[in-house]
Design a protein around this ligand. Structure first.
Ligand SMILES: Cc1cc2nc3c(=O)[nH]c(=O)nc-3n(C[C@H](O)[C@H](O)[C@H](O)COP(=O)(O)OP(=O)(O)OC[C@H]3O[C@@H](n4cnc5c(N)ncnc54)[C@H](O)[C@@H]3O)c2cc1C
Length: 322
């Protein structure tokens, strides 16, 4: 019988960690392994208790001032020594840029496999982790399993919804470790200007595409988002080719899962759809009745976005005033 046991979750992003606990709980159901969270940081006691309310049976808390910010070598050395000692069966890591680097390096250190950006994870009839992820610009799904343990998978933001917190029994294990000194010195962190709510967390997402001719013409979309309490985003060409924005929604960008997605002047190429296909309600504005985005839309508006978006903004303003 394997000496590996339990499902572990880790992310340097606390919100994502809560979603990983939901993912781990779903996996553990009916299979019996315990769910443990690895919490690394500085001044993390309160969060350690909170993780139990979100489903962790155990929390490995590694609390040092040096660990306040993510630093790959330090975090990797902690995760490596903890996993070598405690031998988890499955390790779910948040699919942030840092998380993916950490997961792949950890897999190499432990001589095991790692599947990135999994959209589905299940335990098969042999008790092995089975993962699915979208590849080839959304045209294929790879199903993978593992030859060795721990089985490491990275899970993107909003692939799972965090559970409601509830009073639960759990154990907090304070871990004393020697934190490896990094080979590089962090000289500073310049925080990027970001919206109050990230597009990944927005309940309403208003996205613009190449149908918008000038950057100033994006303003009505921003007004619409503001009136609805949402955020704006865009397709990749508006960021990569026109350099109007730094990020985008899609396969190679952010994955979003809003209650309402409103796409304006977006054709609906598979690479964009891959980032918004989990939206609950899709509204699309396009002048081309054959636009592929209409295939995934719940509400179709055929027409010129330069007339339609301002008209919606105007109508909303009037309604909200009354
Ligand atoms: C490897 C790879 C990865 C990629 N990843 C991504 C990704 O993550 N995200 C992403 O978005 N793209 C990605 N792309 C690019 C993707 O293939 C498409 O080129 C892109 O999504 C198209 O953007 P668009 O819909 O804004 O532009 P277009 O395809 O040019 O569509 C513009 C649409 O606007 C409509 N339109 C024009 N004027 C008006 C008007 N006045 N009123 C109403 N409608 C109007 C047109 O009918 C058209 O349908 C990727 C490409 C590659 C090769």
């Amino acid at each position: 019988m394997s000496e590996h046991k339990d499902i572990w979750v880790f992310s340097e992003n606390y919100d994502l960690m809560l979603e990983l606990l939901a993912a781990g709980n779903q996996l553990a159901e009916g299979h019996g392994p315990k769910l443990a969270a690895v919490l690394v940081g500085s001044g993390i006691e309160e969060k350690a208790h909170e993780l139990i309310k979100y489903g962790a049976n155990k929390v490995f808390a590694v609390d040092y001032p040096k660990l306040k910010d993510f630093q790959i070598e330090r975090y990797l050395s902690i995760l490596t020594s903890l996993t070598k000692k405690n031998k988890p069966e499955i390790l779910l890591i948040g699919s942030t840029k840092n998380g993916k680097e950490l997961a792949s390096r950890l897999a190499a250190k432990l001589e095991t496999g790692c599947t990135p950006d999994c959209s589905t994870i299940v335990i098969d009839e042999k008790g092995k982790l089975l993962t699915k992820r979208i590849v080839y610009s959304g045209n294929a799904i790879v199903t993978a399993t593992y030859l060795r343990k721990p089985q490491i998978a990275t899970i993107p933001h909003r692939a799972f919804e965090k559970q409601e917190p509830r009073e639960m029994e759990g154990e907090i294990i304070k871990v004393e470790v020697t934190v490896e000194e990094p080979q590089v010195e962090l000289v500073g962190i310049n925080k990027m200007e970001v919206a109050d709510v990230r597009i990944e967390d927005a309940r309403i997402a208003v996205c613009g595409g190449r149908g918008i001719k000038k950057k100033e013409d994006f303003k009505p979309l921003q007004e619409l988002a503001q009136l609805l309490g949402g955020q704006t985003s865009n397709t990749r060409p508006l960021a990569e080719d026109r350099k109007w924005f730094s990020g985008w929604v899609g396969l190679s960008g952010k994955k979003i899962k809003p209650t309402v997605y409103i796409g304006c002047g977006i054709s609906g190429m598979i690479q964009h759809i891959a980032g918004m296909r989990d939206s609950q309600v899709v509204v699309a504005v396009n002048k081309d009745p054959e636009a592929p985005i209409f295939e995934v839309a719940d509400y179709i508006i055929i027409g010129n976005l330069y007339e339609i978006v301002p008209a919606i903004v105007e109508a909303l303003r009037k309604t909200l005033k009354n």
